[in-house]
Design a protein around this ligand. Sequence first.
Ligand code: G3H
Ligand code: 13P
Ligand code: ZN
Length: 334
Amino acid sequence: MVNYKDLGLVNTREMFARAIKGGYAIPAFNFNNMEQLQAIIKAAVETKSPVILQVSKGARNYANQTLLRYMAEGAVAYAKELGCEHPEIVLHLDHGDSFELCKSCVDLGFSSVMIDGSHLPYEENVALTKKVVEYAHQYDVTVEGELGVLAGVEDEVSAEHHTYTNPEEVIDFSTRTGCDSLAISIGTSHGAYKFKPEQCHVDPQTGRLVPPPLAFDVLDAVMEKLPGFPIVLHGSSSVPQEYVDMINQYGGKLEAAIGIPEEELRKAAKSAVCKINIDSDSRLAMTAAVRKVFVEKPAEFDPRKYLGPARDEMEKMYKHKILNVLGSDGKLAH
Ligand code: G3H
Ligand code: 13P
Ligand code: ZN
């Protein structure tokens, strides 16, 4: 049993309370490899931002859970070496799908876990989330639950399809489970293809596709039911068109990749939304930079020569999110 406090990590409780009061959101960036982690930590240190390092089940399988745990411990030491005396770094399990997986993360030194029972019938979601909370809270590990199903790539983003969170359920869910934060569905979705072109309209100025707005009425109704309760937004990549264009210019093939406009995320960050999940934008930044090197320097075969530029591009993107979208810069407690 490893306690996250011994690794220099923190849970989400205090940082979420401050984020709600301060009208900003904490970045939750997924990582699977060293370059992503270095970029995240550098961006967080240089902007003096708290940060959540997210590990998905897929990341655990890809990178090995023990190695990831030591990488997170190393991230705390790295942040200090970069000059941040009191870094606030959370190691969080993203989309945990069973009690056993969540328990194993708590036991390994994670400071926060998500139990995603959103696909289950309501009562089963309540029972599973409650079980995880009861275990995790013994070690002061915070727990994120989820209500409402995020639209998949193929799905219609539509209230008629019952994908949005039902605000009538949130009081019962949070009270009975004891979860510390709640992920809700208001029209975001995972991946780089969040909307079909036919759901969008064309911006006459830029010629770009503009997606339908998020369901802020659902968010408002949730906040009215649960005043001051930490809300989480998944699927919040913006899919920057410059990366999509760059990937396509250098031999890639991303068609009609569309994300969440930054203005909408800015608006969400000012509300009770205090954690915003971003993974796809990092994948796009990395891929765009690597493709560019491969095309411009075909003789290059030292991975540092293409992963280095990829890391720089990701750091720039992470900083932009912190400074210009989420507003978590300068928000460390000490
Ligand atoms: O929400 C999903 C995250 O983007 C993680 O994706 O399961 O492919 O690692 P992954
Ligand atoms: P994106 O695919 O929009 O980056 O969402 C990531 C996410 O929600 C991780 O849980
Ligand atoms: Zn997610």
